[in-house]
Design a binder for this molecule. Sequence first.
Ligand code: NAD
Ligand code: AHE
Ligand code: ZN
Length: 370
Amino acid sequence: MRTRAAVAMAAGAPLQVMEVNLEGPRAGEVLVEIKATGICHTDEFTRSGADPEGLFPAILGHEGAGVVIEVGEGVTSLQPGDHVIPLYTPECRECEYCLNPKTNLCQSIRTTQGQGLMPDGTSRFSMLDGTPILHYMGCSTFANHTVLPEIALAKVRKDAPFDKICYIGCGVTTGIGAVINTAKVEIGSRAIVFGLGGIGLNVLQGLRLAGADQIVGVDLNDSKVEMATRFGMTDFVNPSKVTGDLVAHLVALTKGGADYTFDATGNVGVMRTALEAAHKGWGESIIIGVAPAGAEISTRPFQLVTGRSWRGTAFGGARGRTDVPKIVDWYMQGKIEIDPMITHRLKLEDINKGFDLMHAGESIRAVVEF
Ligand code: NAD
Ligand code: AHE
Ligand code: ZN
């Protein structure tokens, strides 16, 4: 079939909206009509050329929601008409990783996914002249139709709005999951969240849900304060307005350091500050942000010797087929909020505006609706 997609032709180039060929689903695969997709900073990270795994031409996008159109041979858990959220962290329930309760990082298709290919080593997308186009993070939601492995789709309730639940495909689950699944924050904790964008705001609402007492937000952009306060921030710090040492300032504000700190910026300097602002003896710092090729983290080992831990999280530690439908329920029950964070809606033709809004710090989530 033919479908419309925004194609990343080369690192650093704007996406090009065009008609592309899409082959139908092979064994174990599912054809999905994407109804809405968010634009996450990770899409920009790859588009810009900062991703060491970035390959081109590719159809980016990994924060989508849609409807199953057709299933390939052997698919048993989904049928046409089902509503689904694509999973860049699949859940096969069979690999060594899925069988270990300590991780959500299913590895059953990770190698081919990183190569922009389906598990059988081929791509379903191509240009009208036949040139292959690569998949991205196993999802490629910047296309009106896409093909995914069955294990990379969470089946969700049909009454949930696509333009909101697409965000559960990455930002919402990552932020809330970092608090609940990875850090396992206790009631009464003190926390610091660095970066109050599409991920950081969801860390805030996760901390509120977990019953944290003090939730400090740190961002260079003062315009984030209003939304962050709405999602549970109790104190705000703009590092550019702090005179003196930022770590000392944050340690004093949290009366000795935070029980939990979260990096949602992708800046390795911020990651160091986040580790060092964690409480001596027990503070945990969780890295969520994705850093550019070649970037490395550093600190004095003494920071770890004296009881701070450095940890990381992908997709908020969530097992997608199991946890994503539950998070959709939380949204529908009003336990978590999504609507105010969808600040912009775009047509596919205008997808590059979504990246401009992100760079200008004007959007939290821009959602493309098909
Ligand atoms: P975003 O652009 O919406 O938000 C980033 C925020 O960080 C902005 O508010 C910006 O003002 C702020 N910021 C930038 N530099 C800062 C600094 N030096 N100090 C303080 N604040 C600063 O991006 P997002 O969509 O929220 O993504 C955040 C990061 O999380 C990105 O690196 C993204 O790739 C990563 N991410 C990781 C996962 C995962 O599974 N680990 C999932 C989604 C996103
Ligand atoms: N390709 C990058 C790493 C990118 C990365 O860490 N991605 C996160 C999800 S970000 C979603 O917005 C992730 O899931 N990581 C685990 C994995 O297996 O990719 C690089 O630096 O090479
Ligand atoms: Zn993302």
